[in-house]
Structures are given as C-alpha cells and as structure tokens.
Design a protein around this ligand. Structure first.
Ligand code: GMT
Length: 373
C-alpha cells in the first residue's frame, strides 16, 4: 500500500505514535510518506520504504501568522499526486484533519479521490479542540474524514460528548515495541544509582496538563522516606518552574532534569517506578512504554489511563491531585522488592497486549475497508 502519514514532528505522543507506525509499515514493505514541518525525531533514516516530505513554509511580511494549513494541504496534494498515494492518515486533528479535508477537495477536482483517516490523540479533543477558535473546524473535519479512530474508549466517549459527531469512531489503542522497551541491565542501572536507591522517572512534554508539580511533590515524599533519584525526561513550558520547585522542596540533588534526550528506552529500562499524575491523559503512551520496560506506573485515575493501568496489579490509580495517596503507594511498593517485582512482571505482561503488529494490522484493516469497501 502507498500510505501518507501526517503528524507533528515533536516529542509528543501523537508524533511518536505516527512515526513508529510509519517505521512499522515501512518494515512491512509498504511505501510510507511522512508529511510534517520538520523531520520527526524517531523516523527511521535507514528504511528505504520510509520517505519524508517537508511542508514548505514561505515567509510573507503581510501575514502576522504564516498560513501553515494552506502549505500543509498543498504538501498533501503534492505527495498524493507525485507518490500516487492510496490513503492519507492524519494524526492529531488540529490542524491536520482540517488541512486534509481541503487537500481532498483539491484532489477531487483533479479527478483523484483519496480516503482520509483521522486519529484523535488527546488534547486535540480535550483541551485545544475545546477552544472556541478551533471547535467548529475540529468538529467539521472529524465529521468529514473518511474514517476516524481514537486511541482509547475514554477519548471516543469524550469526543462524542463534547462535539456534535455524526459518524462512527473506532478505538485503536496506542502500541509499544516490546523488543525495544525492555528491562535494562544491572550495569546500566549501576551507573545511575546504587542498588538500594530507587530510580523513579517521568517522561512528558512538561505542559500544565502533566501536573509536573505533583510529580515533584510525590517524589519529595518518597525521598523523605527512602533513598531515591528522580529522572525527569522531556522539556516544555513548565520546566523552569519545576526546577525552581525542586530547589524549594530541597530535593534538587536527587532530581535530574535530562531534557529532550533520545535515550528514553534506556532510562525507562533502569526505572523502578514511573509517575504520571496528569490532569487528563487520553491514553498515556509514556506509561505504556514504562510498563513494557518493567516499571509499574503510579498515575491519576483520569481519561484512558485505567484502560492501560490496573490498580493494584501493574500500578496504582488515584484521583487527580491525590499526591499523598500516590506517594504512599510508591513508598510501599519500593519498600517491598518482591511486590515490586510482581508489579513489574504484570506491567510487562500488560504491555504485550498492546503489540505493534496487532495495532498496525488494525490500522491496515481500516485502510483496506476504505479502499475496497
Ligand atoms: O495531547 C497531548 O499531550 C498531545 C499528544 C501528543 O502529541 O503528545 O498526547 C496525546 O496523545 C498521546 C498518543 O496517542 C497519548 O498517549 C497521550 O495520552 C495524549 N495526551 C493527553 O491526552 C494529555
């Protein structure tokens, strides 16, 4: 199949998911064309079936804001025509589903009918998509996609509740490559902490919705109770405030802000516990990657997280903001190595149910259905 994939190129989960899907389809021999404004971080440069098309932005002084959607629609039209694409799959509704609708109209005028699959990821529905400036356009472009998928049942429900949706939305969850995300070796761990020091980690784009202060407050309670280090992976607007809070809590010597490192797999592979106390999380790809790496997750009982984490089995779920309860679970788990090992095993077992092959096939089934009825 000749597949066009449109995504944000950044560290966010939707871009990561889209890029891994592109790599996966490329390995299967499909011709994959990824369209974005910058090279997605995880795109495989060594797979000849995976191609990158950069959206050509022009700077014109008349515009205070350069019209990205226009350039993106043109890039989609160009790729569909030149690469004879069969299908366009856009990840994150804003602005991709809207730009894809326009591209489809332009192509229709040229005698080309191409189906568009829109995958909803999270804040495109729960936060940004709710803004009055975007909401009507988001609703319109969801209703006018050829097929729509959501990464969790919670997100599907939220979409139906918040928008006037006139079509089916299929749930296809996120996936993890369990060959890459796995337990690290003792040697790698020893470089970061002594055996009795717990390694706690958090990975995100450091936005408000991730409740970074809660991560630090939970960790402050952990480190007051036992030796521990906190590895904070990623970057974003909340990072300066987080560094200040770590100093204010007096835990800065136990917290390592690692920024946008490309070593996420290795960090998760040596983590004993992962914290994700988000305000909302449509799925929690970072949690799934941690679980595949053998790190149980302590998270908020919000959005799609309960579809990934089972309370008391591979992690713990508590109401948003319940930092004391989250810290108590963390301390209890870290202080009982046998129980921690059981949780870690269960987390890895759960991760195998979100396999790349299976989820990749689910998307291919959607494509096939659209192309061949
Ligand atoms: O909504 C975001 O934070 C952006 C998006 C992204 O690009 O990182 O994250 C969402 O999509 C991920 C991949 O499907 C999900 O795993 C995240 O849970 C979801 N984030 C939120 O819902 C906050």
């Amino acid at each position: 199949m000749r597949i066009g994939i449109v995504c944000h190129p950044t560290f966010g989960g939707s871009g990561v998911m889209a890029t891994e899907l592109a790599n996966h389809f490329g390995r299967q021999g499909h011709s994959v064309h990824v369209i974005s404004y910058a090279l997605p971080v995880r795109l495989d440069p060594f797979n000849p079936s995976v191609h990158y098309h950069e959206v050509q932005m022009q700077d014109y002084p008349l515009f205070l804001y350069q019209p990205y959607e226009l350039a993106l629609s043109s890039a989609m039209v160009d790729a569909v025509v030149k690469e004879r694409l069969d299908i366009l799959h856009v990840h994150y509704a804003i602005p991709h589903a809207y730009a894809a609708f326009m591209a489809r109209q332009i192509l229709h005028d040229q005698g080309i009918d191409i189906p568009v699959v829109t995958t909803l990821h999270g804040t495109d529905i729960t936060l940004v998509g709710q803004l009055p400036a975007y909401k009507p356009a988001v609703c319109f472009s969801i209703n006018h996609s050829s097929a729509v998928t959501a990464v969790s049942e919670a997100l599907r429900q939220e979409t139906i509740t918040q928008f006037s949706i006139t079509r089916d939305i299929e749930v296809i969850p996120n996936f993890v490559d369990t060959a890459r995300y796995r337990r690290g070796d003792a040697e790698a761990r020893a470089r970061v902490a002594s055996p009795e020091t717990a390694i706690v980690s958090h990975v995100s784009n450091f936005r408000k919705v991730k409740r970074i202060p809660d991560v630090l407050q939970i960790f402050a309670r952990i480190v007051a109770a036992r030796p521990a280090v906190l590895l904070m992976v990623g970057d974003g607007p909340e990072r300066p405030a987080a560094e200040a809070l770590a100093r204010q809590l007096g835990i800065e010597q136990h917290v390592n802000f690692l920024g946008k490192t490309t070593e996420v797999e290795r960090i998760l592979g040596i983590s004993d516990l992962f914290l994700l106390p988000s305000e909302t999380e449509s799925f929690g790809l970072a949690a799934l990657e941690a679980m595949a790496s053998g790190a149980p997750v302590i998270a908020s009982n919000a959005g799609g997280l309960p579809e990934v984490i089972t309370h008391g089995s591979n992690g713990y779920l508590e109401p948003v903001g319940a930092i004391d309860a989250m810290a108590d679970h963390a301390i209890a788990l870290l202080n009982q190595p046998m129980l921690l090992a059981e949780f870690a095993e269960s987390a890895q077992e759960t991760a195998t149910t979100f396999s790349m092959d299976q989820i990749g096939d689910s998307y291919l089934n959607v494509y096939t259905r659209l192309l061949h009825g």
